[in-house]
Design a protein around this ligand. Structure first.
Ligand code: UD1
Length: 336
């Protein structure tokens, strides 16, 4: 099948493109390369043994995006392109709404012009905000707490309304929990520029000796060891969930939201210990104040994914840490 992938050179997008190519799909990557290395497509090709097509385009550039989709005539679109740093979104909300919301509007209009009716959207568990219950089911109220989360919720709403007006549309809003790890080949992974915002890349840099110590944001949460508990999911499992969602759009018209997580949580301290085990390196840390906006526990209820996508995560915490460490070690060698 012909599949267009916005943000296909990014962290989650690139892993998904590998899975698509390995399944024999024809892939067009639409990416501005604003937050991706120029050699990612070559690395994807090296892993998958097939090359994706590439169009360098900004998601908000309506004429260029429309022309690219009309030319490729995809049967489905996977939409990853967007900005994702919560702190940056709080200080620059207009840019977040421009890229994430306007970019998605431009994409849906371009899909309409190209008569493409199948969509999988990269949403986030952040749309739930501070949860009333864990594990979180998809019908939990949506009340994001920052502009990044609002932008994801707004895009989900736009897609829902588009689906109501066009019953032939089939779309899945995948709500990711905490994606971590890298491809086992260590050819692709997450390469945050500057100080990492998220736990796993930070821990990896401390283990690699690139940063002296981890700051653990609070040990007085209502959790077994007092540190925050999250539902970490291996990025390759997440990529495979996209292929399952793509399959669902072939048979299920309408718009649906589906959590992508394991349903199993790990605390910050458990993550540190697991990473030390996988890397054989110490991860020294300090306990510091809570990070504003953080919640004690966030876990997916993964039942709907199992029922509708026939998908469950298969890679465990050791695989997440080992693959993240292999990738981090590669980055270290590359930059030394
Ligand atoms: C964060 C975002 C969320 C986004 C997700 C993507 C916030 C408030 N939320 O989620 O919107 O969808 O990333 O993966 O930024 N921690 C430390 N020290 C660190 C970094 C993190 O102790 O240096 C702790 C946090 O307090 C938390 C856990 O590690 O308990 C996970 O943090 P993180 O990786 O940033 O993910 P989330 O906060 O769950």
């Amino acid at each position: 099948m012909r599949v267009a992938v916005t943000g296909g050179a990014g962290y989650i997008g690139s892993h998904t493109v590998v899975e698509l190519l390995e399944e024999g799909h024809e892939v067009l990557i639409l990416d501005s390369f604003a937050n991706a290395a120029p050699d990612v497509p070559d690395r994807i090709t090296a892993i998958a043994g097939h090359a994706p097509r590439i169009v360098r385009v900004d998601i908000t550039d309506a004429p260029a995006l429309t022309a690219a989709l009309q030319e490729f005539a995809p049967e489905a679109v996977l939409h990853f392109a967007g900005l994702k740093a919560v702190g940056e979104a709080v200080s620059n909300p207009l840019e977040y709404y421009r890229v994430n919301v306007t970019g998605s509007l431009v994409l849906l209009q371009a899909m309409q012009a190209a008569k493409c009716r199948r969509l999988v959207f990269s949403s986030s568990a952040t749309v739930y905000g501070d949860p009333d219950q864990v594990p979180i089911p998809e019908d939990h109220p949506l009340r994001p707490t920052n502009p990044y989360g609002h932008s994801k919720r707004m895009i989900e709403q736009v897609i829902e309304d588009w689906g109501v007006a066009n019953p032939e549309i089939a779309a899945v809003n995948l709500r990711y929990f905490n994606p971590v790890g890298a491809h086992a080949s260590a050819q692709i992974g997450e390469a945050p520029s500057g100080t990492p915002n998220n736990l796993m890349p930070y821990v990896a840099q401390v283990a690699a000796g690139q940063r002296p110590r981890l700051s653990i944001f609070g040990d007085d949460y209502d959790t077994p060891d007092g540190t925050g508990v999250r539902d970490y999911i291996h990025v390759v499992d997440l990529a495979q969930a996209h292929l399952a969602a793509l399959g669902l759009t072939a048979t299920a018209p309408g718009v649906q939201a589906i959590n992508v997580g394991t349903g199993r949580g790990y605390s910050v301290l458990e993550m540190v210990r697991a990473f030390e085990g996988a890397s054989g390196k110490p991860v020294p840390f300090d306990i510091v104040a809570r990070r504003p906006g953080d919640v004690a526990t966030s876990l997916a209820n993964p039942r709907r994914a199992a029922d509708r996508l026939n998908w469950t995560a298969s890679r465990d915490l050791d695989a997440m840490c080992e693959d993240a460490w292999r990738w981090q070690s590669y980055l270290l060698r590359k930059n030394s």
